[in-house]
Design a protein around this ligand. Structure first.
Ligand code: TMP
Length: 206
């Protein structure tokens, strides 16, 4: 018996972290995030998000992949193998979309690098919390990180990239309109988890 891997994706300030944590608690999953989730991953996160540290695009892609490799090896795979579900706030689609579609590195090469990092592991379900870019920019409160500091065109490419990945694999993706109230978004996310994975949300597993 293996658990399910559920990834939450979306632009910055889409509300995906709130939803990822909520679903994780409901189904008794292990919650983690990218970049990060391990000791080395959290150190890489600081480097990766700091707008002050210069990073070549290929370095950025490699460090994202390195964080992912460690997370899969140390947290995700061992938990799935014992039957626990794992919910990750971002996973490999973030690299395909941010480093590939938006930054402009070859999308297939970025995908290949990520698949090398996960040793072939893919999410059972990716939930995209989709939001118009202007709305997500208005929602931001913190100091902008490396990616939030990018121009609006970058974020438009991120959004388009996600929507095209979702369109190509509807059986493994659910696209949720993130512009509604917290309750509205939550019930759409619940519905996606039940419909795609057949999980019951009333009986959390431990
Ligand atoms: P977040 O966890 O607050 O969403 O911030 C993580 C940022 O890192 C976000 O702007 C997207 C970016 N990112 C990538 O560019 N590539 C990746 O592979 C991942 C996991 C995140």
């Amino acid at each position: 018996m293996t658990g399910f891997l559920i990834a939450f994706e979306g632009g910055d300030a889409s509300g995906k972290t709130t939803q990822a944590r909520r679903i994780s608690e409901l189904i008794g999953a292990v919650f983690t995030r990218e970049p990060g989730g391990t000791e080395v991953g959290e150190s890489l996160r600081e480097l990766l998000l700091s707008p002050e540290i210069p990073l070549a695009f290929r370095t950025e892609a490699l460090l994202m992949a390195a964080s992912r490799a460690q997370l899969v090896e140390e947290v995700i795979r061992p938990n799935l193998e014992t039957g626990r579900h794992v919910v990750s706030d971002r996973f490999l689609a973030s690299s395909i979309v941010y480093q590939g579609y938006a930054t402009g590195l070859p999308v297939d090469e970025v995908r290949g690098l990520s698949i090398f990092a996960t040793n072939g592991l893919l999410p059972d379900l990716t939930i995209l919390i989709d939001l118009p870019v202007e709305l997500s920019i208005r929602r931001r409160t913190d100091m902008p990180d490396r990616f939030e500091s990018e121009a609006i065109e970058f974020h438009e490419k991120v959004r388009e990239g996600y929507l095209s990945l979702a369109e190509n694999s509807p059986e493994r993706w659910a696209v949720i309109d993130g512009s509604g109230s917290l309750d509205e978004v939550s019930s759409l996310v619940d519905e996606a988890v039940v419909n795609h994975l057949g999980l019951s949300l009333n009986e959390p597993r431990s």
